[in-house]
Design a protein around this ligand. Structure first.
Ligand code: SAM
Length: 296
C-alpha cells in the first residue's frame, strides 16, 4: 500500500469545507430547482428530504463540518455516555489479534481507532498493530488527528489519516487490511452497498468487516420513547450545545432511513461476505446493531 501519512495528505489539496454561506445556499437551491425542471435526476434521501444523488455527498459534508468541533461533547450528551459502552463492546467483539492492520472508515474524531490501539497495547501487549483512518470530511478528520498528536502511536507510525470517500477507496490496495470498521458512518453514504463492496475488496482473505450503526428498536413502547428522545431531545440539545438544530435533525432522520438489521445483513452477504448466524448483534434493544462478516 502507498505510504500515506496524515498531514501530507491533508495538506495535499483537500480544502477545508465550511458550511455554505447564505448566497451559496440560495445558489444551491436555485441549481437544485433548475436541475429538477430540466431532467429527472436519480434521487436519494438526505434525512427525510429527497435530493439528487450527486448532491448528498456535499450536504453530508456540510453537516459534519458544522458539527465537527462539538462532535464529541454532543455524542456524550445525546447518548448520555452510552456510545462509549457500545464502542467498547464493538472492540471487545472484534478481539483483534496482535499485529492486526485496521482500516477505520468514516473514522471521524477517532473513537474507534483509539479504542483499537488501547486494546492492542493493554490486552494483547502488542505494539505492532496499526490503524488507518479514512473520512470524507477534513474537519472531522482534523479533530481525530488532534487526538493523536504527540502520542506514542503517532511517534511509532501506528496511526494514519486520509481524506476519502468510503464508496471509492482507490488509494487502498486490494487485500491489504485484516479488519475494516465503519461506526455510525455508513448511513450517511449515498450508496451503502458500494461501501460494503469496497470493504470486501480491501480486506485480506480471512479479513473481517464490522459495522456499528443505529438500527431499529422492535418493541413498540420502547420505540415510542426512543422517537421522543430522537425528535425532541436531540435537536434541542443540538440547538443548546452546538447552536445547530438542523444538523441534529438530519442525524436523527438519517437513522430512520437506514435499512433495518436483516436487510443490511443481506447487503453484506450480497457483497460476498460470510456472516455467522443472522450476521448482527443488537444492543440497547436494537437502538444500535453490530453487523459483521468475513471474507472467505
Ligand atoms: C457520526 S460520524 C462517526 C464518527 C466515528 N466513526 C464515531 O463513531 O464517532 C460519521 C462520519 O462519517 C463521515 N462520512 C460521511 N460520509 C462519508 C463517506 N461517504 N465516506 C467517508 N466518510 C464519510 C463523516 O464525515 C463523519 O465523520
Amino acid at each position: 500500500m502507498n505510504s500515506y501519512t496524515s498531514s501530507r495528505l491533508l495538506r495535499k489539496g483537500f480544502g477545508t469545507i465550511r458550511p455554505l454561506s447564505g448566497s451559496a445556499r440560495a445558489f444551491t437551491a436555485r441549481t437544485y430547482q433548475q436541475q429538477q425542471q430540466q431532467s429527472e435526476p436519480n434521487t436519494t434521501h438526505f434525512g427525510y428530504k429527497t435530493v439528487p444523488e450527486e448532491m448528498k455527498e456535499a450536504l453530508v459534508r456540510n453537516v459534519f463540518s458544522s458539527v465537527a468541533s462539538n462532535y464529541d461533547v454532543m455524542n456524550d450528551a445525546m447518548s448520555m455516555g452510552i456510545h462509549r459502552i457500545w464502542k467498547d463492546h464493538f472492540i471487545r467483539k472484534m478481539a483483534p489479534t496482535p499485529g492486526a492492520k485496521l482500516l477505520d472508515v468514516a473514522g471521524g474524531t477517532g473513537d474507534i481507532a483509539q479504542r483499537f490501539l488501547e486494546y492492542q497495547d493493554n490486552i494483547n501487549g502488542d505494539s505492532s498493530s496499526t490503524v488507518h483512518m479514512v473520512d470524507i470530511n477534513p474537519d472531522m478528520l482534523r479533530e481525530g488527528e488532534r487526538r493523536f498528536v504527540g502520542s506514542e502511536w503517532q511517534q511509532h507510525n501506528r496511526i494514519g489519516f486520509t481524506v476519502g470517500n468510503a464508496e471509492k477507496l482507490d488509494f487502498v490496495e486490494d487485500n491489504s487490511f485484516d479488519v475494516y470498521t465503519i461506526a455510525f458512518g455508513i448511513r450517511n453514504c449515498t450508496h451503502p452497498e458500494k461501501v460494503v463492496q469496497e470493504a470486501f475488496r480491501v480486506l485480506k482473505p480471512g479479513g473481517r468487516f464490522m459495522c456499528l450503526e443505529f438500527s431499529r428498536v422492535d418493541n413498540p413502547m420502547l420505540a415510542a420513547i426512543y422517537d421522543l428522545h430522537s425528535f425532541y431531545v436531540i435537536p434541542k440539545l443540538g440547538e443548546l450545545i452546538a447552536n445547530d438544530r438542523e444538523s441534529y435533525e438530519y442525524l436523527v432522520e438519517s437513522i430512520r432511513k437506514f435499512p433495518p438489521q436483516d436487510k443490511f445483513a443481506q447487503i453484506i452477504r450480497d457483497a460476498g461476505f460470510t456472516t455467522i448466524g443472522k450476521g448482527y448483534e443488537n444492543m440497547t434493544f436494537g437502538t444500535v446493531a453490530i453487523h459483521s462478516g468475513y471474507k472467505f
